[in-house]
Design a protein around this ligand. Structure first.
Ligand SMILES: [Zn+2]
Length: 424
């Protein structure tokens, strides 16, 4: 809990301190309780509360009588007082969400990523989609705090650049934050996808904020990565690019990775890797999918057509669902490879929970989870003696976009001297 200051010059900071205290108590707080928790004087709390009420950020939610003295008026967040937009860019799919002030998703939308398009065309599409989402939800544009983007890494957070993400060959040093801010007229912040997922899980996971404190979020989309949370804090690293775990080596044979090594987990478990393995092994054959999808699945390289890969991936999972032994073997193999990589991360950070999610996770989760928990717990390399919980994200397929929007809300609540949210 951050303590306030009574210097009038930083009323904005005190506003955040009071908002942060109120949002941590869903039942609300009285002015006296806020003063007690923040260290602000009763007079300062009264003044700040009045300004927050006038701004529509909080509301009075009835009175509570406890002990002698007059009844205390409770203050709560005004859920529809402000809204935040979250955008998640996966090379295969774009996800958009609109969150209210307490983190409830009030609208969402998905579109296929036009991966063959220039970045500026994708930015224009994103701006139109955000506009459409806001209009359809009936939310007053004046109440939007800003847009959070969850992007594949690596990113350069300072200037808001997307550098050179895998599977997006046209995206090289794209000034995405500035471009989307100019296109929408809104403040925009940029965060790596796996970090946004970890943020969403710490804020909104079932059981309430703060329940999860030491976990990895396994992101399974077009790419693979792990968001990391230790002691309740999301780890960003020196350049906000923490969580790249695709080059953890888990096998001594297989395709050569882009890094030159053999057996990198990212080269073994992504949707593209699985469909290629299925084609190579004769599991996915002509008739299962279109000839174009079959040919694309067998290809290598960063410029594969993700829509064709998606089609082949759907066919592979469909065969596994129907009990095809070859397809099941491919997906179970992914579970065992992933387990080996995760044991390394669990050992390194002494984690007690692994949370799975991302845009391609749901279709194969059942098959991967048939083997993964036992493979983790039975791995002779596993060091911690405590249980390691293995769960799926309760937020679902929108998790990265939700996390990006949470980061925008966080800018409103978090009492910090500097703000990350930058308007172009
Ligand atoms: Zn590698």
């Amino acid at each position: 809990m951050n303590r306030g200051t009574n210097l009038p010059a930083i009323g904005g900071y005190n506003r955040s301190v009071v908002l942060d205290a109120i949002r941590r108590e869903s039942a609300g707080l009285s002015r006296t309780e806020i003063a007690g928790r923040t260290g602000l004087s009763p007079q300062t709390v009264t003044n700040v509360s009045r300004r927050l009420l006038e701004a529509g950020l909080i509301r009075e939610s009835g009175t509570v009588i406890s002990g002698p003295g007059k009844p205390r008026t409770m203050l709560q967040l005004e859920s529809r007082g402000r809204f935040a937009v979250g955008v998640h860019i996966d090379p295969a799919v774009l996800t958009f969400v609109l969150l209210d002030l307490v983190g409830t998703v009030v609208a969402h939308a998905r579109e296929l990523t036009p991966s063959a398009s220039e970045p500026d065309e994708v930015v224009a599409l994103m701006a139109r989609s955000i506009d459409g989402l806001v209009v359809a939800s009936g939310v007053d544009r004046e109440l939007l705090l800003g847009v959070g983007i969850a992007s594949p890494g690596p990113v350069d957070i300072g200037p808001g650049l997307v550098l050179d993400p895998p599977m997006m060959p046209l995206w090289r040093h794209v000034p995405l934050r500035r471009a989307l801010s100019e296109a929408t007229g809104l403040p925009v912040l940029l965060e790596k996808d796996v970090t946004a997922c970890a943020v969403a899980e710490t804020w909104l996971s079932e059981g309430g904020a703060g329940r999860r404190t030491d976990f990895a979020f396994v992101y399974y989309g077009t790419g693979y990565g792990t968001g990391l949370v230790l002691g309740g804090d999301v780890l960003r690293g020196a350049s906000a690019n923490a969580g790249d775990s695709g080059h953890v080596m888990v096998d001594d044979h297989g395709h050569r990775c882009t890094c030159g090594r053999i057996g990198c987990v990212g080269e073994l478990i992504t949707p593209h890797a699985l469909v290629r393995e299925a084609v190579d092994g004769g599991v996915l054959v002509a008739g299962d999918v279109s000839d174009d999808a079959l040919a694309e699945a067998a290809r290598r390289g960063d410029d594969v057509d993700m829509r064709r890969i998606d089609e082949a991936f759907g066919a592979l999972v469909g065969k596994a669902d129907a009990g095809d032994a070859g397809a099941l073997a491919v997906l179970h193999g992914a579970g065992r490879h992933l387990a080996r990589a995760l044991v390394t991360i669990v050992n390194l950070l002494d984690l007690d929970e692994i949370v799975f999610g991302g845009p391609f996770w749901a279709p194969l989760s059942r098959h991967v989870l048939e083997v993964l928990p036992a493979a983790v717990r039975g791995d002779p390399a596993l060091i911690p003696k405590h249980p390691v919980r293995i769960v799926e994200s309760s937020i679902g397929i929108d998790v990265a976009a939700v996390g990006a929007a949470c980061l925008v809300l966080d800018q409103t609540f978090s009492p910090r001297p500097s703000a990350l949210l930058i308007r172009a």
